[in-house]
Design a protein around this ligand. Sequence first.
Ligand SMILES: [Fe+2]
Length: 263
Amino acid sequence: MAKAVKAVSKTAKVSKAEEAPNTDTKVAVAADVKAEPKPAAAKAPAKKVTAKKAVAKKPAAAAKAPAKAAAKPAAKPAAKPAATRKPAATKPVAAAKPAAPASAASSALKIDIGISTADRAAVVKELSKVLADSYTVYLMTHNFHWNVTGPMFKTLHELFMTQYTELWQALDDIAERIRALGHYAPGTYAEFQKLSSITQPASVPDATTMIELLVKGNEALARTARAAFDRADSADDQPTADLLTQRLDVHEKNAWMLRSLLQ
Ligand SMILES: [Fe+2]
C-alpha cells in the first residue's frame, strides 16, 4: 500500500512537473512583463496567487536550475507564500503518515477477550503440547499409510488416510486457536519434538506394530488434550475447551477403531 501511495505521489509529482514548465513559463513571462515594478507589483499578485500556483512554482524552480537562479531574487519576496507551500510540500509526507498510526494502532490493540494474560499463556502452553502430539500422530499415521504392507494393506491404507486427513485439518484449528489467544504457534520439527510426548519408530514396523503404535499415540494425544481441557476450563476459555472436547472425541474413537483391529 505504501508503495502504491508513493507511486501515486510520484506520478502526481511528474504530472505537476509536466505542468510546471507551462506555469513556470507563464510565471516567467508575467515576471518579465512586470519586471520593472518588481517589488511592489510582484508582491500584490503574489498574495492573490493561490496556493496551487505557489506549489507549481516550487517544483518548477527545483527542476530548472537556471530558471531558479534567474528567479532567485524574485523568490525572496515569494518567501511569504512559503507558509502556504508548507501544507502542499507536506502532501507526500502526509501520504506516509497513515503508516505510522497503523503500526501504532496494532501495538496499542491489546487482547481483551476476558481471559487474563497469565491464563492465555497457560492455555497456550498446553495447546502447544496438543499441537505437537497431533503433528506427531499425523506424521506417523501418514507414514504408515505410505509404508504399510501385508494382507491388511487395503484396510489399513484407507483407514490411515481417513485419520491423517482429519488430523491435518485439526492441526490448523489448534494452531489458529493459539494465534487467537495472542501467541505464536510452534511450527518446526525441533519444537514439535521438544513438546511432544509421543516417540516415533526409527524404522518401518510391521502392520500389527503400526496399529499398536497408533493406538498408543492416539491415547497419549487424548491424555494431553484432556490435561489441556482442564486448564482451558479453569481459565473460562470455552472455544479452546470446545476444540479439545472435539479432539478428545476423535482420538478416543481412533484408538477404539485401531484397537478393535487387534482383537
Ligand atoms: Fe495416499
